[in-house]
Structure formats: C-alpha cells, structure tokens
Design a protein around this ligand. Structure first.
Ligand code: ATP
Ligand code: MG
Length: 492
C-alpha cells in the first residue's frame, strides 16, 4: 500500500471511528508499518492535568506512561509544537531515559510530531515513532508524519473529546464520549451499543429512568455517526398538544389553519441530513401515531394543508422512561409503531446500579464543571459530603446528582462542599428505601462494595463525624480513614 493511499484511507476511517482508542491504535499500527518503525505511540494532553499520557501504543511493555509537558521528546514537542528527530537518542539531552527504564526497551532513533488541526491550532497530543528498522528517519518520513499528525488532529477535532474550553490544549480523557462520565461495566456495555448504533442509520430506542442520560447519549450517537455535520433536532413529545404535533413535526402550508400566515417547515425538514430525536415517545398522542408510523416506514410526509408528498432524509432516535410494553397492552401505544421504533434498543442503567465509584466520579466532574460555569474557583467535595452522595439512592439519577452539586457549588463560600450544603439527605426517601438506622444493599454487590456502602451509610448516619462513625463500626479512626480512601478500581 502506498503511503499516500494510506493517508487517504486513514482520513476516511478517522472520520468514522467511534471509539477514540480504536481509532488511535489503528493509526499507530498503520504509521509504524508505513515508516518501518519498531514502536509507535500516541500521547495525548490530558486537559485536566495538563500533562501527557500515552493513550495507545504499539509498545506492549507498559499499559500507560505519563510525562509532564516540556519534559522528554514528546513533552518538548507538545510544548513547542515543533517536530523533533533524533538519530541517536542516547546522546541527546532532550531524550528522557526514564521511560526506557520502566519498559526495558532501548530507544535509538526517534521521530515525533505534534497532533493539531493546523499550524496555529492548539497541540492536542504527540505521535512518536521509535527505532526505524533500517537506517534513521529522514526528511520524507518527517513530512509524512506531520501530514498524518494533522489528520489525527482534524479527526480529534471532529470527535466530541475536545477540552471543554475550546481554545485550550488537550482533550477530556475520561470516557469514549465527550462529557459522558462513567466506566462501570454497566455503562461500558451502553457505550458499546452506542458505538454500534452510531455506525448505522437504524432507528434507536433509548430507555431508562428519568435523568439517566438518554438525551446526552442520543447526542453521542449523532455526533459519532456519519450525520455528525448535519443538524441534531429534538422534539419533546410531552409538551406538544395533540393538535400541534402534526404541524410541529411535518410543518404546515400558508392558510392551513387560522393564524397560519406563512409556510413553516416541520422538524423533519429542519433535521434534514441529520438526526431527529423524538423525546418521550411514550407520550406521543395516540391519534397521531399512524402518521408517525407512515413517516418511519418510508420517510414520506405531507405538510398540514399541503397536497404534495415530500420526503426527508433524517435518522430517527427515540427516548422514553415509560413502560412501552404496558402502553401497548393498554392500547395507548400502537404495536406496529412499537416495533418500528425499537430496531436498536439501548437500556441505560439507573445510577444506583453503576456502583458508588461512578457516583463519585460524576460528582467530582460536576463540581469542576459547575464551578467553571459559575466562575467559581475549582470546588472540592469533602469526604464526609462524598459519603452522603455515595450512599444516596438517586431516584432522579444523574440529573438529581448534578442539581445537588450545582447548588452546593453556588452556595459554597470557600470552594468546599460540606454535608451542610447538600439538599438535606435526611429528607424522606422514595418508597421502599431504607428508613433511618437501616441500610439497603442490592444483591450483586462485591463484598468490598457492600462494605463500602455500609461504611458510607454509617458515616452519613453520624452526620459525617468520623470519630462517632468509627466508634459505631468498632474500629479505630485510622482504619476508617483507610477504608474511606481505598478505591474499588486501583487503575483509576
Ligand atoms: N454519564 C453522564 N456523564 C455526564 N453527565 C451526565 C451523564 N448522564 C447524564 N448526565 C447529565 O445529567 C443531566 C440529565 O441527563 P439527560 O437529560 O440526558 O437525561 P434523560 O435520561 O434524558 O432524562 P429525562 O428522562 O428526564 O428526559 C444532563 O445535564 C446530562 O448532561
Ligand atoms: Mg431527556
């Protein structure tokens, strides 16, 4: 395969790839092969910590390396935005031998280029090649790598992984989708389905309790699909009175009804070339379901008061928190429509089933995010407040957690979130939840998780007072502190 066709090939693949790691490892593999390098690594700038982290590498020795910006070859390239080429790394002061010490690998020649959209754009990472199999890297290799790095930079700018602050360097490296936090197995399974859905044009039904992220994940499907550059339009089926649904969706002609003084295009037309989300499809008025069904079948429709049959090129996503099967049984939702909308079904798990570490990650994320939005200094959540968050049931799921944190951020006067700033967790909980002095633990938790929940609940019952909690648990304060600082997943 010629080098040029490889570039073109990469460009199309990059634009389509959903999972950042899959895309980058493919790029690494191909470029190492094309330039006869023994190793290839992609370093990305972690927007939160400001340092470089190896995201993927044809470098099987270690799972992940970190390097401060400005240090070592990759660090210098990240800081200066200049390409670096070393013929003999061992004699070059810019080379940082510490990685070789960790990996046991011996670096000889090196070539590293900045990953950025163009010469003026912020550097988002570095692609680095080690040890050319024959000779050393030459001018042509350098030009090629620069071109490839720019392709990568463009691809990254197309993904939703950009730093929240557009102009800043780096990427938000938390999850495969921008601003979608969570690495629990439950959520990873959802990501896989989202990635799959993004690759096709099929109708998707997103299900889940209120506040689980259906809207957010619908957008993730859109921005990772081939329609990413088209519009993303939402129709909220709950707020639409039945008489208006038709004209909202399909538009109307001038004079179609009293007050229709001009032609108005429907949402299906506005979403042309893009994606249309029918939010709360379970509330779609029964008398209009036939027209929707017809549209879903062949994408044909008529504007209200119009005689011409039109077509729209839209991908349909639907979301609901309702029991659609029950609605079908009751006759409020057409069965044929039900089968049309659930071609790909994605169930988003409630927050309480994702594990307490996920609650903590989300809470920290919202603390940073809302502090930034409200122009506050970065806000930290005190361990006693975190214990309350970890043990809450979250009937309102992620949205509820987000509201708690946002209000605490706004109320905080010293950039700290203490239990007193949380909307009282003493409030009675939804039916079936534990009463005061009890903990409810779902079957299926690991022993460590169950222990952790029990500790958190005890701490909460003691209003965050660790001495009292330790006494109640009959352990020393240090044992309690250690238990609180231990995490389920040490790789985080
Ligand atoms: N995994 C997540 N990571 C980060 N933010 C999230 C996540 N899930 C949800 N959110 C945030 O929580 C809020 C609620 O999410 P969203 O509106 O997508 O939920 P929903 O399932 O559509 O809720 P509803 O059923 O009430 O419409 C949003 O602000 C969203 O950005
Ligand atoms: Mg929603």
């Amino acid at each position: 395969m010629s080098r040029l066709s490889l570039l073109v090939d990469l460009a199309t693949l990059l634009a389509r790839e959903v999972d950042l790691d899959a895309m980058l490892s493919m790029a690494c593999e191909r470029v190492a092969e094309a330039l006869q390098a023994d190793r290839a690594t992609v370093w990305l700038i972690d927007a939160e910590r400001g340092d470089l982290v190896t995201r993927v590498a044809l470098l099987p020795e270690v799972p992940q390396l970190r390097q401060p910006a400005g240090k070592g070859v990759a660090g210098i390239v990240a800081r200066t935005g200049e390409v670096l080429r070393l013929e003999d790394a061992s004699r070059d002061p810019r080379f940082d031998p510490s990685a070789d010490k960790v990996t046991g690998y011996t670096t000889r020649s090196m070539l590293a280029a900045p990953i950025r959209e163009d010469a003026r754009a912020p550097v988002r990472g570095v692609i680095q090649l080690l040890n050319r199999k024959e000779g050393v890297f030459d001018d042509e290799d350098e030009r090629y790598l620069v071109a490839l790095a720019m392709q990568l930079g463009r691809a990254l700018s197309l993904t939703t992984l950009r730093a929240a602050d557009e102009a800043g360097p780096g990427l938000v490296l938390r999850g495969p989708f921008n601003h979608v936090i969570g690495r629990s197995p439950a959520l990873k399974a959802v990501y896989e389905r989202i990635a799959l859905a993004a690759r096709s044009d099929a109708t998707v039904l997103l299900r889940g309790e209120t506040g689980t992220g259906k809207g957010l994940l619908a957008r993730a499907i859109h921005v990772n699909s081939l329609r990413q550059s088209g519009p993303f339009v939402t129709v909220d089926c709950t707020t639409l009175p039945a008489q208006l649904v038709e004209s909202e969706l399909f538009g109307h002609e001038r004079g179609a009804f009293t007050g229709a003084d001009r032609r108005v295009p429907g949402r299906v037309e506005v979403a042309g070339g893009g994606t249309l989300l029918l939010d709360e499809i379970g509330d779609f008025p029964p008398e209009m379901q036939g027209k929707l069904l017809r549209f879903l079948q062949d994408r044909r429709f008529e504007r209200v008061g119009g005689r011409q049959e039109l077509t729209a090129d839209v991908r349909i996503l639907c979301a609901t928190h309702r029991d659609l099967e029950g609605a079908v049984a009751k006759g409020t939702f057409r069965e044929d429509l039900y089968y049309r909308v659930r071609v790909i079904e994605i169930e988003i798990p409630p927050l309480r089933e994702r594990g307490t570490d996920e609650i903590e990650q989300l809470a920290n994320y919202f603390a940073v995010e809302h502090a930034r939005r409200h122009g506050r200094p970065p806000t930290v959540i005190e361990p006693s407040a975190m214990a309350i968050l970890r043990s809450h049931d979250w009937p309102g799921n992620v949205r509820e957690l987000e509201h708690w944190i946002e209000s605490a951020v706004v109320l905080s006067t010293d950039a700290r979130i203490t239990p007193a700033l949380l909307p009282s967790a003493k409030r009675p909980r939804a039916g079936g939840a534990a009463s005061a002095g009890e903990v409810r633990l779902a079957i299926g938790l690991s022993l460590a998780e169950a222990t952790r929940k029990y500790i958190d609940a005890t701490l909460q019952a003691c209003e965050g007072n660790k001495t009292r909690a330790a006494k109640s648990l009959r352990v020393g304060r240090n044992t309690l502190a250690r238990a609180l600082s231990e995490r389920e997943d040490p790789s985080e």
